[in-house]
Each structure stands twice: as C-alpha cells, then as structure tokens.
Design a protein around this ligand. Structure first.
Ligand code: ATP
Length: 139
C-alpha cells in the first residue's frame, strides 16, 4: 500500500538547449520540485501548486503525453513509508527562482550535469525519459 503520494515536474527552460531545474532538499538530496498531493487535488494541480510554493514560478506549461512515476521506500522514525511520485514534464520561461524553507539551494542544469547532480537512480532514469520525449517531440 502506498502511504504517500506526491506530484511534481521535470521543469525546463530554453527550448533549443534545455536546462532542467533541480532543488537541493534539506535532507541532502537533489531532486525535482514536487510535494504531497492534497485531498481533492488533481496530480497536475498539486504539481502546479508545489512548483509555485517551492520555486515561485507560476508560468508552467505541461507537455501532453508525459506522465511518469517513481516509487521508493524510506524510513520515518520506526515506520517504513512507501511513496509514489508522479512527475510531469513542463516548460517555463522564468529563470528566477525563489526557494522556500523546504530547500537549501537550486540549480538550472543542462542534461548531462543534471543527471550527475540528481541523487537517485530512479530520478536520473526519469530525466533520461524526459530528454528522449523532448527530442522526439522536436523531430
Ligand atoms: P515531498 O517533496 O514529496 O514533500 P519530502 O521532502 O518530504 O517529499 P522526499 O523527497 O520524498 O521527502 O524524501 C524523503 C526521504 O526519501 C529522504 O530520506 C530521501 O533521501 C529519500 N528519497 C527521496 N527521493 C528518493 C528516491 N527517488 N529514491 C529513494 N529514496 C528517495
């Protein structure tokens, strides 16, 4: 059973030569903007809200046809939490980022550097899928 469900996005700017937004979580990892889906909220509503709260970015255009999931388990005290994160692919024209207290930094990175900087393998794989999707939709 899934205990936590979050939604977020691989957010990119610069269509021609995309840069991807990564956030430095206080727990130490680098990941995409994302957060808990609240009751009565759709996945894209949650992703839009989390991006706004975590980055201050409000112009977010979701690309149709990209919806990808990652799942993991982590320990919260004595409890093992099963978590599922749905990630969309979204374009923005805003480069200015205002992070919240939930994060300690951010970075816009081109693909190779972004893959290196992401902490977890499942997030790296997801970024590879997003890049492929962008390449296919450009051709
Ligand atoms: P959210 O941004 O969804 O509100 P959060 O900031 O509360 O989440 P997570 O980013 O899910 O928390 O991190 C919780 C724990 O899970 C941390 O210990 C982190 O190291 C671990 N974790 C985060 N992402 C992954 C992943 N993709 N694979 C494995 N473990 C992860």
């Amino acid at each position: 059973m899934v205990d936590e469900r979050s939604a977020g996005a691989v957010l990119f700017s610069n269509n021609e030569d995309p840069e991807f937004l990564l956030l430095h979580y206080t727990a130490g990892h680098w990941d995409f903007p994302k957060g808990n889906i609240e009751q009565n909220e759709s996945e894209t509503q949650a992703a839009t809200r989390e991006i706004r709260e975590e980055t201050g970015i409000t112009d977010v255009e979701f690309l149709d046809g990209f919806r990808n999931k990652i799942s993991y388990k982590y320990r919260k005290g004595k409890r093992l939490v099963e978590k599922e994160v749905v990630l969309f692919l979204a374009r923005t024209e805003t480069k200015e980022v205002k992070i919240s207290h939930e994060h300690i930094g951010y970075a816009w990175k081109k693909y190779d550097e972004a893959v290196n900087q992401l902490t977890f393998k499942n997030a790296k794989n997801l970024l590879a899928s997003a890049k492929e999707f962008l390449q296919k939709s450009a051709s």
